[in-house]
Design a protein around this ligand. Structure first.
Ligand code: ATP
Ligand code: MG
Length: 444
């Protein structure tokens, strides 16, 4: 007893795994999805080690319903696959197995070693390939945070805690495993994960885990854009987007992803607009309602489009052409960093391009706008612009009423045709096509 006490005080205890029995940790079999249990049981029956691991175990301990379940095992992918009727090998270099049971997909991965010495790295220390199988201890060491390295043994019900994750959870602390700087250099995305998981789980980031982030933030520039996009999306759809973005900015991490965020948040209207968009998104995510990533990115970049649009109009470009060109400018500038997928940018363009059309409230135009497939999204976007004070609230209430009105009321609501004005404008344009002195109407 005394010996053990002395060893602990002098830090002589090897940080070996703590095996915590079922009765003392609170993760019951009931909390784990039947599919994940089935996968573990099948593997265990064949004599393999199998654990539920990662975010699911952590979330259950925090009383959060897990999004998905990951299983880690010492069986190799080619040994796992034949054990299940519907299973797919995923990935080329490091293969995982996706086991499909009913509507659920369980990701099964073979223990991996971090092997920091021999792993192939770029000149900043970023690991390019880590495809070495390893022991469960090595697998625990290569995970990012202590709270993510908790292994639930389905057979014994024990929780195996390799890096003090249970104690950190109790203290509500997010702590990286190993030397923070080395771990961030190996994979700079871990800095973003720290911010996201901290906000999502309500954990505070341990001081030494947090300390190097500001300095190492520029390393994000070397991360492949699709990976950044994936992480950014997770962050925005975490239900805590507002808190995450603010924290990102605070840590200087947004520069590699949304370099425009500084500019946007420094304009009072822009800040209000982005904050409202994120608050609305968080509310929807937390209420389990669907969220459109395209809408969200369109909102994040809107004030950048607006600024470019105004500048182009000032230079004399025609209103709609200027808007189109501004959308290109903003998306081009962003695509190098974040690689927003093409499918999203197409929708973002549609939503942006429809904005000036809300101002046209006479003749057939409102009817035509209403029929466009993206009308609803574009209207929601305009409503956000109104809520942030960018366009008059009256514009939004008009469109709200117009949508639900019957045909007769709609006719009565239409504003008088601005025909003569149009003619005048046409004549002016006719004289000086895209003339540099034509200021055009200010956007919205
Ligand atoms: P959530 O699913 O809530 O976003 P998560 O922690 O489960 O959070 P996943 O991306 O599902 O995140 O990853 C599963 C597990 O894989 C993590 O819990 C962690 O142990 C490990 N992991 C994920 N990304 C990294 C990384 N960049 N570096 C080291 N380990 C990682
Ligand atoms: Mg997960």
């Amino acid at each position: 007893m005394i010996k053990r006490f002395i060893r602990r005080v002098f830090g002589l205890d090897a940080p070996g795994p703590q095996r915590v029995p079922q009765a003392r940790h609170g993760v019951t079999r009931n909390a784990i999805s039947p599919s994940a249990l089935k996968v573990c049981d099948v593997l265990a029956d064949r004599g393999y080690a199998a654990y539920v691991v990662g975010g699911a175990v952590r979330d259950i301990l925090l009383g959060i319903a897990p999004k998905d379940f990951d299983v880690a095992t010492d069986a190799r992918p080619e040994q796992i696959k034949p054990l299940f009727r519907r299973a797919l090998l995923i990935g080329r270099r490091f293969r995982l197995v996706h086991v499909m049971l009913g509507p659920e997909t369980i990701e099964v991965s073979t223990f991996r070693a971090a092997d920091s010495q021999s792993a192939e790295k770029d000149e900043h220390g970023r690991v390019l390939r880590d495809n070495v199988f390893g022991t469960v201890e090595e697998d625990a060491r290569r995970r990012d945070f202590t709270v993510n390295a908790l292994y639930y043994d389905c057979k014994s019900g024990e929780l195996v805690d390799y890096h003090g994750g249970l104690a950190d959870l109790k203290k509500r602390t997010l702590r990286i495993i190993g030397d923070p700087e080395t771990r961030y250099r190996e994979d700079p995305v871990r800095m973003l994960r720290a911010v996201r998981l901290g906000a999502k789980l309500g954990l505070s980031i341990d001081a030494s885990t947090r300390a190097p982030i500001k300095r190492l933030a520029p390393l994000l520039e070397h991360v492949p854009p699709p990976r950044l996009f994936e992480e950014m999306l997770k962050l925005l759809l975490s239900g805590h987007a507002n808190a995450c973005l603010r924290q990102l900015r605070h840590e200087g991490l947004h520069k590699g992803m949304l370099p425009l965020l500084d500019v946007i948040l420094d304009q009072p209207l822009g800040e209000r607009f982005v904050t409202l968009a994120l608050a609305q998104t968080d509310e929807r995510v937390l209420a389990d309602r669907s969220v459109s990533p395209a809408f969200l990115f369109a909102a994040l970049l809107w004030h950048e489009v607006l600024a470019a649009w105004k500048a182009r109009e000032k230079r004399g470009e025609r209103r709609i052409a200027a808007l189109e060109a501004s959308m290109d400018d903003v998306l081009d500038a962003q695509s190098g960093k974040l690689a927003i997928t093409r499918r999203l940018t197409a929708t973002m363009r549609e939503v942006w391009a429809m904005q000036p059309r809300f101002e046209e409230r006479s003749g057939q135009r409102p009817h035509r706008l209403l029929e466009l497939p993206r009308f609803r999204m574009a209207y929601d976007f305009m409503a956000l612009r109104a809520a942030s004070g960018e366009v008059p609230a009256e514009l939004e209430s008009w469109w709200r009423a117009f949508q639900s009105a019957d045909a007769e009321t709609r006719e009565e609501m239409l504003l008088p045709d601005t025909g003569p004005q149009k003619k005048r404008r046409r004549r002016r344009r006719g004289k000086k096509p895209a003339g540099p002195t034509d200021p055009g109407a200010p956007p919205a």
